[in-house]
Ligand binder design. Structure first.
Ligand code: CDP
Length: 225
C-alpha cells in the first residue's frame, strides 16, 4: 500500500504529539516527535552550562549531542540522549522555559532537520512540530495545522504535568505557552506558520477520538487516492 508523509504543526500544547502518536498507531506508521529533539538539545545545553546566546559554544556542544529513540512496551517512542533515557527530564518546566530560544538558533535547526529527514526518508511517518509542513517535509501529502484556545491548552498541559507529579500553576503554564508561541511565530528561521496547503483543525471542542478519526480519514483518502 502507498505510504504517505503526515505533517502536524501548531501552537504549544494543543495536543499535537498525543494526536500524532495515535494517528501513527492506527496507520502502522512511525511517529516522529520533533519537539523532543529541540527539548533534548536544550536539556543538554542547560546541563553543561552552555550560554544559550553564544552561538559558537552552542554549535560546538551540538557535536556532542546524540539523540535516539527507542519504543516502550506500548510502541511509544522514548527519547535518549547519548544512550541515557531523558524522556522525563526534557518535559520539565525549566526546559520548556528555554527551548524556544534554543530552537531559534539556525545551527540547531539545521542539525535537527537533518535528523528529521533521516526518520522520514521512507515515508510512512507522522511528525509533529512547528515547521514540519513548511520546511521539513514541504512535500508531505497531508498537512494539519492544529489550534486550540490558550486556556484550554494550558489546562490540558497542567493535567499532563500533574500526572507526572510535576507541580505548576495554571498562570505559569499559560504564560509559558504564550511566550513560546510568540517566540516560535516571530523567529527569523522557520517560524511557526500554517502551510498554504495545510488543513486547519481547531480541537478546542473536539474529543480526542474525534480529532484522531478526522485525521485518519483524511490520511486514508490520500493513501487510497
Ligand atoms: O509539546 P509542546 O507543544 O509544548 O512543545 P514541543 O512540540 O515539545 O516543542 C517544544 C519547542 O520546540 C517549541 O516551543 C518550539 O520552540 C520548538 N520546536 C521547533 O522550533 N520546531 C519544531 N519542529 C518542534 C519544536
Amino acid at each position: 500500500m502507498k505510504k504517505i508523509t503526515i505533517a502536524i504543526d501548531g501552537y504549544s500544547a494543543c495536543g499535537k504529539s498525543t494526536t500524532a502518536r495515535a494517528v501513527a498507531k492506527r496507520l502502522g506508521y512511525v511517529y516522529g516527535d520533533s519537539g523532543a529533539m529541540y527539548r533534548t538539545v536544550t536539556y543538554y545545553l542547560l546541563q553543561q552550562g552552555v550560554s544559550l546566546t553564544d552561538t559558537a559554544e552552542v554549535s560546538r556542544a551540538l557535536g556532542d549531542v546524540g539523540i535516539t529513540f527507542k519504543k516502550d512496551a506500548q510502541g511509544n517512542p522514548l527519547t535518549y540522549l547519548n544512550g541515557r533515557l531523558v524522556e522525563e527530564e526534557i518535559r520539565s518546566m525549566q526546559v520548556s522555559e528555554h527551548v524556544s530560544a534554543v530552537a531559534a538558533i539556525p545551527v540547531v535547526r539545521r542539525a535537527m532537520v537533518k535528523l528529521q529527514h533521516q526518520l522520514g526518508e521512507h515515508k510512512g511517518i507522522v511528525m509533529d512540530g512547528r515547521d514540519i509542513g513548511t520546511v521539513v517535509f514541504p512535500e508531505a501529502e497531508l498537512k494539519i495545522f492544529m489550534t486550540a484556545r490558550p486556556e484550554i491548552r494550558a489546562q490540558r498541559r497542567l493535567k499532563e504535568l500533574a500526572a507526572k507529579g510535576i507541580n505548576a500553576s495554571l498562570e505559569k503554564v499559560l504564560a509559558n505557552l504564550e511566550e513560546r508561541d510568540r517566540k516560535d511565530t516571530t523567529r527569523a528561521d522557520s517560524p511557526l506558520k500554517k502551510a498554504a496547503d495545510a488543513i486547519e483543525l481547531d480541537n478546542s471542542f473536539l474529543t480526542f477520538a474525534e480529532q484522531v478519526d478526522k485525521i485518519v480519514k483524511l490520511a486514508e483518502a490520500k493513501i487510497n487516492a
